[in-house]
Design a protein around this ligand. Structure first.
Ligand SMILES: [Zn+2]
Length: 298
């Protein structure tokens, strides 16, 4: 367990998903709970090291790797759970995550693993993205960072911005090839916004804590723009189905998703790019012979 002291009152439990711990006069507040039982145990171990109790958990968004530890924390520490409006619904009914990745239908069996389907969790307090709220005399400022998920919220406290998945470190952007997002323009906007927030430290959920996020943010934005341009270029050349575009993107970025779950994590951001291209008039959808085609817009 790697407990990093960022300020006098803000700590990060570093790992595959970075988790926050914030000291308040009433106890510790966690930012996200990680993927599973192990990440929850790491948080409790860190709280123990800091000789304080966990009194609350703020989830930034409803992806299984950010709230999958809630169940264990609920059993062992019973903190109050906070989540942004919209995300709270999925945290309470997490089956929605694999369902929306499978066009709303009952998900395929291999989309029900812990990476896409967490245990349901209580949400005690729901906050609007952009609102500030107080827990045990400490003010937490939420920062609307939608795009990676529809209602993702960053958390600013004591000059530290917990960015959730608004951007990734360069090496993680490279590892994923195509980062996950559901709204192309909002994702670009949110990544840019992280740079303008008045903070001293930036904590991406996947990457390292930094006082200079600019390069990683720009790299991330550049990757998204490259993918968007690829997609509109493919469709401008000839009409394509969504599956064809996904396949072309996989070939170009050397992505090799194995299984329906990893495949859906590529198809969704490709779909989001197509929606943005349709909204901009670059692409239009046409249904013919039982195929949904995307072709050059007028
Ligand atoms: Zn996420």
């Amino acid at each position: 367990m790697d407990l990093q002291h960022i300020t006098d009152t803000v700590f990060v439990v570093a790992g595959p998903v970075n988790l926050g711990l914030v000291k308040t006069p009433g106890g510790l507040v966690a930012i996200d709970s990680g993927l599973d039982k192990q990440s929850a145990k790491n948080l409790l171990k860190a709280a123990n090291e800091l000789q304080d109790n966990l009194i609350a958990v703020i989830n930034t968004h409803a992806h299984a790797d950010h709230f999958g530890g809630n169940e264990t924390l609920q059993k062992r520490a019973d903190p109050r759970f906070y989540a942004p409006v919209g995300e709270a619904d999925v945290i309470r009914r997490p089956a929605w995550e694999p369902q929306y990745l499978w066009q709303g239908a009952a998900p395929l069996p291999d989309m029900r693993g812990k990476f896409l389907l967490a245990a349901p969790s209580r949400v005690d307090e729901v906050f609007e993205s952009g609102a500030s709220f107080t827990i045990a005399e400490r003010t937490f400022q939420s920062v609307a960072l939608s795009g990676h998920s529809h209602y993702q919220s960053g958390i600013l406290v004591d000059g530290v911005l917990f960015c959730a998945d608004a951007y990734l470190d360069e090496n993680i952007t490279d590892k994923h090839g195509l980062p996950f997002f559901v709204n192309y323009l909002e994702t670009l906007q949110s990544a840019k916004q992280t740079k303008t927030v008045n903070a001293q430290w930036w904590v991406p959920a996947h990457g390292i804590v930094t006082d200079k996020p600019g390069r990683a943010v720009d790299y991330y934005i550049h990757r998204l723009q490259r993918v968007f341009d690829l997609i509109t270029t493919y469709i401008a050349a000839e009409r394509r189905t969504l599956e064809q575009v996904v396949s072309l993107v996989c070939q170009e970025l050397n992505l090799t998703p194995r299984g329906a779950g990893p495949y859906a994590l590529v198809r969704t951001p490709v779909s989001a790019c197509i929606t943005a291209a349709v909204e901009q008039g670059l692409v239009k959808p046409v249904v013919e012979d039982g195929y949904l085609w995307f072709e050059r817009g007028n």
